[in-house]
Design a binder for this molecule. Sequence first.
Ligand SMILES: CC(C)(COP(=O)(O)OP(=O)(O)OC[C@H]1O[C@@H](n2cnc3c(N)ncnc32)[C@H](O)[C@@H]1OP(=O)(O)O)[C@@H](O)C(=O)NCCC(=O)NCCS
Length: 188
Amino acid sequence: MSAATPRRKPFPVLDTDRLRLRRFAARDVDAMHGAFGNATAMWYWNSPRFKTRAETARLVRVLAKADGPQWWLAWAIARRRDDRCVGMINYHHREAGNGRLELGWILAPRHQGKGYAREAAAAVIRYCFNQLDTHRIEAMIVPENTVSIRLAESLGFRFEGGPIRDRWRADGKYHSVLMYGLLAGEER
Ligand SMILES: CC(C)(COP(=O)(O)OP(=O)(O)OC[C@H]1O[C@@H](n2cnc3c(N)ncnc32)[C@H](O)[C@@H]1OP(=O)(O)O)[C@@H](O)C(=O)NCCC(=O)NCCS
């Protein structure tokens, strides 16, 4: 490495039984377009679906640059057996001073229903509590997203309030969300 090359911080790779949570790479674009390009999956997300693969490629390039632990970090959720990306999990709106951050999760539809989101989220929650000095993790979920609510509750999150009115805007429309919270020590 030349003296002028900026040094990259090591990325916090997290391994679970079936998954490796790692930095995003260009090879993940098609898999992620399965999620970000999917109208059903994105109906529950706080930004509009991507109509083109190029838009997803742009986002994947941004996600791949993150080094953490700053105010956000995204992990590609990859299967350990073939390194195939099945989705994304991220934290965002991290306020280190308050020991607080928010989690987001999304899987490409063909990889849902296999327990991957729960396995990935449990690892990220452990990392946030043990390595980032986090005390409180939040998840904002639209009331219709029963799958995500079930996932959050299975991880130990508690319903704390809402609907919080017009908290998100996607596709020019405002969406109200429920607030779920998990304190250190409550995780399952
Ligand atoms: C929310 C989302 C990530 C959940 O994905 P998921 O794959 O359903 O979630 P899980 O990893 O918890 O999988 C659980 C399901 O897999 C099944 N499963 C199959 N094999 C399994 C295994 N080996 N281990 C655990 N669960 C397994 C479980 O029975 C469970 O189904 P159930 O909840 O009906 O009982 C996914 O629905 C999604 O991407 N939605 C669109 C985006 C979104 O809504 N994001 C959240 C915004 S707040």
